[in-house]
Ligand binder design. Structure first.
Ligand SMILES: Cc1ncc(COP(=O)(O)O)c(C=O)c1O
Length: 403
């Protein structure tokens, strides 16, 4: 009976064209963005164009070396949760480094960015009695899940619409606890939130601010600590959340905030307390990457420059980058789920280009797209190859060019 119920669900998912399949992709050390499909050495490597390893830090020798060294010294796993034997030396170094990076009193590391949003929001919303949460309608699943797992009143505001947010805030008593949750860079559209305006509203209406900087960490700001730092307003955000799986190139999530907020989450969040901590090698690699990115701007500058080159190639070829994009994330509008899938298959099989189709429910129906991410490691030759291959599949599948 149980497997029948589950099988029916899978059939429904397949019928809705939302069933996901893995592509086996083995990145080749030192040759990123090249990777091998299906682990076959006989096949030509593919060029990866949709990785979140935005700066190529997963391949950076300083990071790889730090990971090796920690394995040699400490072995593979951490052996326990943070409170039961899993708080090794590297954690202290990493959390101090993250707090310093964001100019906050403290930081707390979680096994994933997902877990840091989920556990922190769930915890704070339960601790702050009678709290109401205002959440941008395009917030990530980890934020939505954290909020939904509590009974607090929650209100979605229209994406980055500060007028709408203000209207909703005015409807609440000034004294009532409030949290405004939003992201700095939205990963599917590549746009940036009106952070300054949201901070002003939070101050006016007595709300805490919670900013997810996952897609900006390492990439923006003079030392890479995100968009709020770039704008010089990080101090006015109460909680900054980040990941070490994208720009930093490893894995793990974190929050930075005041001592009292961090201590509360550390002490009360089940998603933090009841899980095994990250292994020393992972934390050592994260630390090496963060410290490296604080002082090296070569990767950031190169990413910016290459993004502009790619934009220019796409614009000249009429490949439609969505107008929302003002960052390193270039969403290319396909506008049809079947065409998006077929084009991706053709790009992979004929051109050795890996671009994952982004379909509903991740984005709304009719806005299916490729989310193209260049990195400092992509060459101009690879940019030209991608542009030509996209032109070919646009013609082949009758995908509209930019008018
Ligand atoms: C906005 C946002 N927040 C959080 C996460 C989760 O981060 P992680 O992949 O480190 O779990 C993601 C993942 O893509 C994300 O896009």
């Amino acid at each position: 009976m149980y497997s029948e119920i589950l099988s029916r669900k899978i059939v429904e998912l397949k019928e809705s064209d939302q069933y996901r399949e893995f592509v086996i992709l083995n990145r080749i050390r030192g040759q990123y963005p090249l990777a091998r499909i299906n682990n076959s050495n006989n096949e030509k490597p593919v060029v990866v164009w949709c990785s979140n390893d935005y700066l190529g830090m997963s391949q950076n020798p300083v990071v790889v070396e730090a990971m090796h060294r920690a394995i040699d010294l400490f072995g593979a796993g951490s052996g326990g949760s943070r409170n039961i034997g899993g708080s090794h030396y590297h954690y202290e170094a990493l959390e101090s480094s993250l707090a310093e990076w964001h100019n906050k009193e403290s930081a707390l590391v979680f096994p994933t960015g997902y877990g840091s949003n989920d556990a922190t929001l769930q915890c704070l919303l339960r601790l702050l009695e009678n709290c109401i949460v205002f959440s941008d309608e395009l917030n990530h699943a980890s934020i939505i899940n954290g909020i939904r797992s509590t009974k607090v009143e929650r209100i979605k505001f229209r994406h980055s619409d500060t007028k709408h947010l203000e209207k909703l805030l005015t409807e609440q008593p000034y004294e009532r606890p409030k949290i405004i949750v939003f992201e700095s860079v939205y990963s599917m559209d590549g746009d940036i939130a009106p952070i300054k305006e949201i901070i002003d509203l939070a101050k006016k209406y007595n709300a805490l601010t919670y900013l997810d900087e996952v897609h900006a960490i390492g990439i923006y700001g003079p030392r890479g600590s995100g968009i709020a730092a770039d704008l010089g307003i990080a101090d006015s955000i109460d909680i900054i959340q980040g990941t070490m799986a994208k720009g930093i190139g490893v894995i793990g999530g974190y929050i930075t905030a005041s001592d009292s907020i961090i201590d509360a989450v550390r002490s009360f969040a089940p998603g933090f307390i009841f899980t095994t901590s990250l292994p020393p090698a992972i934390v050592a690699a994260c630390y090496a990457s963060v410290e490296y990115l604080k002082t090296s701007s070569i990767e950031r500058e190169s990413l910016n420059k290459k993004t502009e080159i790619l934009r220019e190639y796409f614009n000249n070829a009429g490949i439609p980058i969505m107008h929302s994009s003002e960052t390193h994330i270039l969403p290319v509008l396909i506008g049809d789920a079947k065409k998006c899938k077929a084009a991706a298959r053709k790009l992979l099989e004929k051109h050795n280009i890996y671009l994952q189709p982004i379909n509903s429910p991740t984005v709304s129906v009719g806005t299916e797209r490729f989310r193209v991410n260049i990195t400092p490691n992509h060459s101009e030759e690879q940019i030209i190859q991608l542009t030509n291959a996209l032109i070919e599949v646009f013609f082949l599948f009758d995908i509209p060019f930019q008018r």
